[in-house]
Design a protein around this ligand. Structure first.
Ligand SMILES: C[S@@+](CC[C@H](N)C(=O)[O-])C[C@H]1O[C@@H](n2cnc3c(N)ncnc32)[C@H](O)[C@@H]1O
Length: 376
C-alpha cells in the first residue's frame, strides 16, 4: 500500500515531474500510484526522496492485527465548543464496544464552556495557548476542530515551532509532541486545502508526519453523505503511530430527512415578516417540501430538501424553512446530529453560533469508528 499519489498532489507535483525526479517512467509511476505495482526498495527510496517524505510514510506496511485498546481509552477534547467530538467519539466507542474517558477539554469561549459544563458536568479549561502541555493528563487520542490560520513564512523556518508559532495548530503540535498519544482526529473547514495555495495544509501534514512521526491521512467529507440533511464539507485529518490504510467509503444506512429535523410547533418569533415572505415567494418557488431556502450574497434564492452549511455567524438570516421562517436552535443542533437531550442553556444567539461552529456528529463518529481499530 502506498500514498504516492496523495502526497504528490499535496505537494503540487505532476506525475511527469515526479517520474523524472525518481528516474522512472511516468507509466510505471502511474501503476505504483494505482497500487498496481510494488516498486523495489531502491525505487521506493528514490520516490520518497523526490517527495521529501520519509519512506515509511509513503510506503505503508499494513499488517492485519487485532486492535488492543487501553481500558478506558483516554482522550482530550481540544477546541471542544459544545462537545461535538465528545458525542461523536462516545458514539463510536459504544459501537466498537469500548469505554472512553475524557481527561481534558479546552475552549476559550465562555458560553461554549457554559454549554459544555451543563451537558457533560465538566467546565473546559480556557485559552489553550496558555496551557502548559506538561500539565495535561496522559491520554491515548486527541480530538480537535481547530480554527484555520495562515502560517508565517518569514525568515528561516526550521521545525514546527518556527513554522507554526502563533497559530492554534502550534498548540496541537506541541501537545502531541509532549504527550505522544497513539492517535489523533482533527477537523477543519474545506478551505484549509486551498488556504495559502495549499501551503497551510501541506505544512500541517509535514509536521504531523515528518516531525512528530505519525502515519497520517486526510479526506474531504460531506455531512450529506452521512445521513444528515446538511451540505457541510469538512476536512478530517487522522493520524496514528501505527501504519494504517483508511478506506474513506462509508456504508450509511439511516438517512435523516428535513421532516426528521424540523420542529412541529415553532414560536412565532422565528417567522420572517409578511413583507419578507411575500418578496421571497415572488422570487422563488421550491420544487421541494419541506425545503430550506438559501439566499446568496447577490440575493439569488435556491432551495433544497437539505440545509446549506450552518455558519457560526450569518446562517440565521440567510436560511429560511419553506421561505417563511428561521431555523430554531434545536433544529440547528439536529442538523449537526446533536441528540435532543442536549441541554440548551445559552441564549438563542449563542446557541446558533455554537451549532454553526460544531461538527457533524454522525459523520465524525463514523470516521472514528472505522479508524480506531486500525489506530490501536
Ligand atoms: C470550530 S469550533 C469547534 C467546535 C467543536 N468541534 C464543536 O463540535 O462544538 C472552534 C472552537 O475553538 C475555540 N477556540 C478558539 N481559540 C481558542 C483558544 N485559544 N483556546 C481554546 N479554544 C479556542 C472557539 O471558541 C471555538 O469554540
Amino acid at each position: 500500500m502506498n500514498r504516492v499519489q496523495e502526497i504528490r498532489k499535496e505537494k503540487d507535483i505532476t506525475q511527469e515531474q515526479l517520474a523524472k525526479l525518481a528516474n522512472i517512467s511516468r507509466k510505471y509511476l502511474s501503476l505504483v500510484e494505482r497500487q498496481r505495482a510494488t516498486p523495489s526498495v531502491s525505487v521506493a527510496i528514490r520516490i520518497s526522496d523526490a517527495l521529501s517524505v520519509n519512506i515509511d510514510k509513503v510506503f505503508v506496511n499494513v499488517e492485519e492485527q487485532t486492535a488492543v485498546f487501553p481500558k478506558p481509552l483516554k482522550y482530550i477534547d481540544l477546541f471542544c465548543g459544545i462537545g461535538g467530538f465528545r458525542y461523536a467519539s462516545e458514539k463510536a466507542f459504544k459501537n466498537i464496544g469500548i469505554k472512553g474517558e475524557c481527561v481534558f477539554s479546552s475552549d476559550i469561549d465562555k458560553y461554549a464552556q457554559d454549554a459544555y459544563e451543563a451537558n457533560f458536568g465538566e467546565r473546559p479549561v480556557g485559552d489553550i495557548t496558555k496551557v502548559d502541555e506538561t500539565q495535561i493528563p496522559d491520554f491515548d487520542i486527541l480530538f480537535g476542530g481547530f480554527p484555520c490560520q495562515a502560517f508565517s513564512i518569514c525568515g528561516l523556518q526550521k521545525g514546527f515551532e518556527d513554522k507554526t508559532r502563533g497559530t492554534l495548530f502550534f498548540d496541537i503540535a506541541r501537545i502531541i509532541k509532549q504527550k505522544q498519544p497513539q492517535a489523533f482526529v482533527l477537523e477543519n473547514v474545506k478551505n484549509l486545502a486551498s488556504h495559502d495555495n495549499g501551503k497551510t495544509l501541506q505544512t500541517i501534514l509535514e509536521i504531523l508526519r515528518d516531525e512528530l512521526g505519525y502515519h497520517v491521512d486526510y479526506h474531504l467529507l460531506n455531512a450529506l453523505d452521512f445521513g444528515l440533511p446538511q451540505k457541510r464539507e469538512r476536512i478530517i485529518i487522522i493520524g496514528s503511530k501505527k501504519a494504517f490504510y483508511m478506506d474513506w467509503k462509508f456504508d450509511v444506512k439511516h438517512k435523516k430527512t428535513l421532516d426528521d429535523i424540523l420542529e412541529k410547533s415553532v414560536d412565532k418569533k422565528y417567522f420572517a415578516s409578511d413583507d419578507i415572505v411575500t418578496k421571497r415567494k415572488a422570487m422563488h418557488t421550491s420544487k421541494y417540501y419541506p425545503s430550506i431556502w438559501h439566499e446568496n450574497k447577490s440575493g439569488n434564492i435556491s432551495s433544497y430538501p437539505f440545509s446549506c452549511a450552518l455558519r457560526a455567524g450569518a446562517s440565521y438570516n440567510y436560511l429560511l424553512v419553506n421561505g417563511e421562517r428561521r431555523l430554531t436552535p434545536r433544529e440547528m443542533l439536529r442538523l449537526q446530529g446533536f441528540p435532543d437531550d442536549f441541554n440548551i442553556v445559552t441564549s438563542d444567539c449563542q446557541a446558533r453560533k455554537q451549532a454553526g461552529n460544531a461538527i457533524p456528529i454522525d459523520m465524525v463518529s463514523m470516521v472514528i469508528e472505522k479508524f480506531l481499530p486500525m489506530a490501536f
